[in-house]
Design a protein around this ligand. Structure first.
Ligand code: PLP
Length: 452
């Protein structure tokens, strides 16, 4: 950082402070990890200065030979890792990957047939009237994905995301009784709605998904099965999700981030069957800005790492740790929605401590642990305050922690949460009721948590 400090000392200081923060706080954010030094260093070089719109060996810019090799290598490693027909590694993030996927599915299944009916293949040649007709058909399609409160992502049709503008977005929820997906209910909903896309995948669902069943439902209603494995791609790559729980053989289109359980650089990717390949490859410039060659190089490095046997061990340990953590939390008397976990994350319902998720998140952070508040299914506290915490084990597993450390973490979480009390609202309409944001922590408990 010497060079950075010479030019912009404040930025260098923030980078060092961030390093100190990540070292001094226990990282339990389910969507974060620590990528390898090889992956990190691959991002810091002159590849960032290259433009490479288009796709390998078919670019709109000159001088892309090295980027071609890099991107082709990343795609090859990804195909091997997930056993997929086609890979596209340009998306800058998971959200971008989903937009590329949506557009590719619309293009393959709606736009291209609509153009064919008009006797045209090139949309640029249509009259404004014809183009508006085609746009109308595209805009009328339905998306059926997991509800935000049940653990779905914003990009799965939430109203505050472009996906809800692109589609008539509908959602399925988990069962109120069990907190689990109910495939019969999803099938019934899909049969009624006949969506273009049936979307599976989550940000905060602590269980496995039966992708064979989801594909059967999609086939029954003529939908494309899209799976967003942003959170659990590392568990797929590492063989933890096998058979019916591995989405790769069942999804028409798979999207992912590369920086969560997969432990690569920050970014996204789309994988698909041959049917969608040419449309996915048009992600840039159709949906995305120019690719980031330095990040694609780092993706190639991370995928190569994930193709090694050691990554299988890592993935198995993520699950072992999250199960150990969930069991220890239950043993500590905490409420764990669905009673446990099948993946890298678990939820804690903090209402039994009289807290909102927001209070719990801030209290825990003050005691040296970084994790997220999270909405629970049918959450009465809404998406801002929430009633839950989402706890994940990918990063602590990378640090080499095991089940014994998970027990200690559960005990420390219990210590903090049971010694945190909401303040009482002093004025306004809510006066006299417990605050949803302000709280106090018993000082001795805070000190003990920090010491431990
Ligand atoms: N999809 C899912 C399921 C996610 O959980 C996330 C991020 O948390 C995304 C997509 C978006 O990823 P990004 O933040 O890289 O855009």
């Amino acid at each position: 950082l010497t060079e950075t400090a010479r030019v912009a000392p404040g930025i260098a200081r923030s980078v060092v402070k961030e390093l100190a923060d990540q070292r001094s706080h226990l990282k339990l954010i389910a969507s974060e990890n620590y990528c390898s030094l090889a992956t990190q260093l691959t991002m810091g070089n002159l590849l960032t200065d290259k433009y490479a719109e288009g796709f390998p060996f078919s670019r709109f810019y000159a001088g892309c030979d090295n980027v071609d090799d890099i991107e082709a290598a990343a795609c090859e490693q990804a195909r091997k890792l997930f056993g997929v027909e086609h890979a596209y590694v340009q998306p800058h993030s998971g959200a971008d990957a989903n937009m590329v996927a949506y557009w590719a599915i619309l293009s393959a299944r709606v736009l291209t047939p609509a153009l064919a009916e008009l006797g045209e293949t090139n949309p640029a040649k249509l009259s404004v009237e014809d183009w508006n007709k085609v746009r109308g058909i595209c805009g009328n399609q339905r998306l059926l994905g997991l509800d935000y409160y049940s653990g779905g992502h914003l990009t799965h049709g939430y109203r505050h995301n472009l996906s809800a503008q692109m589609f008539e977005a509908h959602s399925y929820t988990v069962s109120k009784e069990t907190g689990l997906l109910d495939y019969d209910v999803i099938e019934k909903q899909a049969t009624e709605l006949k969506p273009l896309i049936l979307l599976a995948g989550y940000s905060a669902y602590p269980r496995k998904i039966d992708f064979r069943r989801m594909r059967e439902i999609a086939d029954k209603v003529g939908a494309v099965l899209m799976v967003d494995m942003a959170h659990f791609a590392g568990l797929v790559a590492g063989g933890v999700f096998e058979g019916d729980y591995n989405p790769a053989p069942f999804a028409h289109v798979l999207t992912t981030t590369t920086h969560k359980t997969l432990r690569g650089p920050r970014g996204g990717a789309v994988f698909c069957t041959k049917e969608f390949a040419e449309y996915v490859d048009k992600g840039c410039p159709m949906v995305l800005g120019g690719p980031l060659p330095h990040v694609m190089a780092a993706k190639a490095v991370a995928f190569t790492e994930a193709n090694q046997p050691a990554f299988k061990e890592y993935a198995a340990k993520i699950l072992e740790n999250s199960r150990a953590l969930a069991e220890a939390c239950v043993a500590e008397g905490m409420t764990i929605p669905t009673g446990g976990t099948d993946n890298h994350l678990l939820l804690i319902d903090v209402r039994s401590f009289g807290l909102t998720g927001r209070q719990a998140e801030t209290a825990v952070r003050r005691c040296g642990i970084t994790l997220n508040r999270n909405s629970l299914p049918f959450d009465p506290n809404g998406p801002w305050y929430t009633s839950g915490l989402r706890v994940g084990t990918p990063a602590t597993t990378t640090l080499g922690m095991g089940p014994e450390e998970m027990k200690e973490i559960a005990a420390v979480l219990k210590l903090i949460l049971s010694n945190t009390k909401p303040e009482t609202v002093q004025s306004g309409e809510q006066a006299g009721t417990p605050s949803k944001a302000k709280f106090t922590i018993e000082p001795a408990a805070e000190k003990e948590a920090l010491d431990r």
